[in-house]
Ligand binder design. Structure first.
Ligand SMILES: [Zn+2]
Length: 102
């Protein structure tokens, strides 16, 4: 895992990136509070679908660039746009400026 300048997409961040060290604070904020759609496989549809962020409570976006640093365990939930009952939960842990995917 290198700290290249390429910003991972939401999909890469959620599904493909086990451990991500973030040099750019703004980049971390965008990942922590990402709000975009992406294509992924939905096991419940048994096919590819488009997923979007599911905000369990109110949609809260950290305004401070560094609001995510060392915030410890947090979760991101996404939902299938074919059937919004199809949800996937991802657990992350932010230690210092590194976000670890569980
Ligand atoms: Zn689905």
């Amino acid at each position: 895992m290198s700290t290249s300048e390429t910003v991972p997409t939401a999909q890469e961040f959620l599904i493909e990136t086990p451990l991500y060290e973030i040099a750019d604070l703004e980049q971390g904020r965008l990942l922590r509070y990402f709000d975009e759609t992406f294509d992924s496989y939905c096991p419940q549809c048994n096919s590819h679908s488009i997923f979007e962020r599911y905000w369990q409570y109110s949609k809260s976006i950290g305004r401070d660039q560094s609001s995510w640093i060392d915030c410890r365990v947090f979760s991101i939930q996404i939902q299938c746009t074919r059937d919004r009952r199809h949800k996937q939960l991802f657990i992350f842990k932010a230690i210092g400026q590194t976000i670890q995917h569980f």
